[in-house]
Design a protein around this ligand. Sequence first.
Ligand code: URP
Ligand code: ZN
Ligand code: ZN
Ligand code: ZN
Length: 477
Amino acid sequence: MKTLITGGTVVNATGTAQADVLIDGDTIAAVLAPGSTLLGFDLAGNVDEVVDASGKYVIPGGIDAHTHMQMPFGGTEASDTFETGTRAAAHGGTTSIIDFVVQYAGENILDQYKLWHEKAAGNCAIDYGFHQILSDVQDSSLTAMDELINEGVTSFKLFMAYKGVFLSDDGQIVKAMQRASDNGSLIMMHAENGSVIDLLVKQHLERGETTPYYHGVSRPWQAEEEATHRAIMLANLTGAPLYIVHVSAKQAVEQIAAARDNGQNVFAETCPQYLYLSLEDQLGASSPEWGDFEGAKWVCSTPLRSKHEGHQNHMWRGLRTNDLQVISTDHCPFCMKGQKDMGLGDFSKIPNGIGSVEHRMDLIYQGVVMGEISLPRWVELTSTTPARMFGVYGKKGVIQPGADGDVVIYDPNGHTSIGLEKTHHMNMDYSAWEGFEIDGHVDTVFSRGRKIVDENQYLGRKGDGAYFKRGLSQYLI
Ligand code: URP
Ligand code: ZN
Ligand code: ZN
Ligand code: ZN
């Protein structure tokens, strides 16, 4: 199958150009001056399909480097399967995800890794890779890290929160970091001070403060700043590269910026929820259906922050200054009925997570519309840097000859109304983004040369997506 995309504006992280894009099989074969022939050879007459992208952007498919499909967590399991979650991602212009293999204390890491392959294989709409979560760091975990690198799993997430579930103590963290420093892999960190949070949660519940609002209050920015600083110092001690996940506090960005100014290999992502949603408007919301439990829809960790403390502006600023390099979703959806409602009367029992994998490209494009970021920066944050950070750049994250034919045609004059009854393809009974109006529209999505979405129609098949092995990070200083 040969496809020629004509008349569009190709947007890469490096800039924009008017160009036609030829996809041959599953690969981009050429990026050409508009209307050009190849040595007198009429291209348009010799391809299977010509797609007119006049007035539209032609961008590399989005890469969501932080998802949790069907993750067992909080006494239940994230409601999107690899099938439903990757199909929703495709609808939103995301053509790759990197999901987390989970290891709870005592579980065998390599068995878990095999299990995640079994969950994903034959089910995905788009390509996928894996990170590995480490909880108790045993000697066997260190050898597993080396083995997983050969499998294309080159990043390892540790947790400074969730005691008894995921939390690694500082000694365990240092052990994993020492190994990462030796084998070249990347340590990803959930940076919140878990002991402080556990104490505050207990105190709020004892005072009868049980609503979702107190989920946010019990995880203050100081707990994020402190853990971020500690993670940076432990990485400094060991020489390991460090990537802080789901950053929401302004003060955490300041810690990351200071470390980067120091020349340390410290990187970070934020997520759409920390750019648009707040403690007051979402966690503190009430509705006729759920009363003041409405806020459970947005319970995630790190939590949504107060709109009065300047966090959101600071996130946009960090995205401009490159103190934040990546935008992922931390997609971890749970339904209100039967899942989030386990926390009625006790916010600590609400499963943590928000579903956004379908809307990341649209939501971050609004940053371009609002003048917060440039058009190439949109592509850089959502596709190119995730590809470089996690070792797949060249195949993914760029429109260039030899890259996979993961291409999205995005219409800046289109419109997208987000909501359960409108755009929603995620397996959830609500949308965390209900009512958001988007300037822009994902028109057509190609995954390795196959047209899988066209004008809101899903044309792909379950199992189209393939596992990609990742190399070491291509982003280190
Ligand atoms: O609330 C969240 N973030 N749920 C997913 C697990 C994690 O910590 O990333
Ligand atoms: Zn986390
Ligand atoms: Zn996560
Ligand atoms: Zn359209």
